[in-house]
Design a binder for this molecule. Structure first.
Ligand code: 5CA
Length: 439
């Protein structure tokens, strides 16, 4: 993509409304634009990152045996009356009346709707277990939307729902999601810490939140320092092996980690100076709530002896749009964003220091073509701006690699490449630079 043609409305100055670094950088890098409080448009650069994050979430869900579907954003109020949550949910729920005076709502979550889909078609224990997910926009009329996409009113969530015949099966479904979550966040370069948590309006008695440590986090959290050294990138448990999965989960939960509401001061004190008290950003939350929805909504199946079994359920959420902000909170410096390779909007930023100069243009066009041919996503700054402005833009938008073409390098047949994360620079012959950049 040539930057001269790309829609990248960057800002030079810090927008005064943004209180935290990820919000500031998302606005300055032209990733999002607010349309009303807590509601954002995703501009091309931001949308590419959102899609990358979504795809990692999708791959890890699929790997763990969940199946993707897509439910609507607008739901009928009747279902929520059946579960008893219509009144409980209060003002956070956006209630809508259609032209026929039917009560509808913009879904804040989907337990009711998925349970209705399930009960309409699954009638026997033989069809279980099932785990269904979607990635869909939610609306919660938060009292205090803030921090950009971190606490929005409209936000993108991956939510899935497991259905099992018994508690042991449901526990296995929960455990698989637990491990899938650790893998998901690790692939985005994040260390997400599973913490025992409150269940709030979703309900149930077993629940973990996945928290990223960051000073700007909304939750106070406590964690055993030793957890921070645990390798989360190489979790390779056979998801069908119930015992192995349980053992792995037991291993991760053996470290003390709790949110404020669940913090046990006595247990914390036992850790001595191993206890880290910090702030956290909740990027995921999983729940096992048994028959809380399946009982009132009558999601029953026939058992082996014709008996009626009310299915055991769990639900599992990931804040997909929030993650984009959380990744920036975890990975930035004074000059801008530093994208982990796995979620970067483009792999390489190509800077032509003297656009319009025949030799520089030829060298830049050649490198651009070669990198694209090798399957790399390249953002090519072919504009007539000053070198300083071009470097500042590249640092701000945080692509993992920068490749710089200038008159001096062209004369010597060289390209300078820079790794954004470390600042390390190498001057290489064009073919060596291509080899390095395509990895
Ligand atoms: N039904 C359950 C699980 S599917 C549920 O709704 N859980 S939740 O309320 O914890 O939300 C799941 C995730 O969505 C949270 O962990 C958080 O990362 C994200 N999230 C929740 N509220 C917001 C919000 N207002 N803005 C951005 N992300 C949010």
């Amino acid at each position: 993509m040539r930057l001269s043609q790309y829609f990248l409305p960057t800002l030079r100055d810090n927008p005064s409304e943004a209180q935290i670094v990820s919000h500031r950088l998302m606005l300055r890098a032209g990733m999002i634009r607010q349309s009303s409080a807590g509601i954002y448009s995703w501009l091309p650069l931001g949308f590419r990152v959102l899609q990358k994050v979504e795809q990692i979430v999708r791959e890890e869900q699929d790997r763990a045996g969940a199946q993707e579907l897509l439910m609507p954003t607008i739901q009928p109020a009747e279902l929520w009356k059946e579960s008893g949550r219509y009144d409980d949910y209060g003002k956070e729920m956006l209630r809508i009346t259609d032209r026929h005076e039917r009560e509808m709502l913009f879904g804040p979550t989907n337990e009711e709707l998925i349970t209705e889909i399930f009960r309409a078609s699954v009638k026997t224990y033989r069809d279980l277990p099932k785990n269904l997910y979607h990635i869909q926009w939610k609306f919660r009329d938060e009292v205090r939307p803030r921090f950009g996409v971190m606490r929005g009113r409209e936000f993108l969530m991956k939510d899935n729902y497991s259905f099992d015949v018994d508690a042991a099966g449901a526990r296995h479904s929960y455990n698989k999601m637990f491990l899938a979550y650790l893998r998901t966040f690790a692939r985005m370069g994040l260390k997400a810490i599973p913490m025992r948590a409150d269940t709030g309006p979703i309900g149930g008695d077993l629940s973990h939140e996945f928290q990223i440590l960051a000073d700007t986090g909304e939750s106070a959290v406590y964690v055993d320092k030793n957890f921070l050294d645990v390798d989360l990138l190489n979790i390779n448990v056979d998801y069908d092996d119930r015992e192995a999965v349980q053992k792995a989960v037991d291993g991760f939960t053996s470290f003390y980690a709790a949110t404020d509401e669940k913090h046990d001061t006595a247990q914390g004190e036992k850790l001595g100076d191993r206890l880290v008290s910090a702030r956290g950003i909740e990027v995921g939350h999983i729940f096992y709530f048994g028959t809380k929805y399946s009982a009132p909504l009558k999601a029953n199946v026939a058992g082996p002896n014709g008996e009626t079994i009310t299915v055991e359920m769990g639900s599992y959420g990931i804040g997909v749009s929030r993650l984009v902000g959380a990744i920036i909170e975890a990975s930035h410096d004074a000059s801008g964003i530093i994208w982990p390779d796995s979620v970067a909007p483009f792999d390489i930023g190509l800077v032509n220091l003297r656009s319009g100069d025949a030799k520089c243009d030829a060298a830049a066009n050649d490198l651009y073509a070669k990198l694209q041919k090798a399957g790399k996503a390249v953002l090519y700054d072919d504009r007539g701006d000053s070198a300083g402005a071009k470097f500042a833009t590249m640092d701000l938008i945080g692509l993992p690699w920068q490749a710089v073409i200038g008159p001096r390098g062209v004369a010597a047949g060289k390209v300078e490449i820079k790794r954004r994360a470390t600042g390390e620079k190498l001057e290489l012959a064009t073919d060596d630079a291509v080899a390095k950049l395509i990895g």
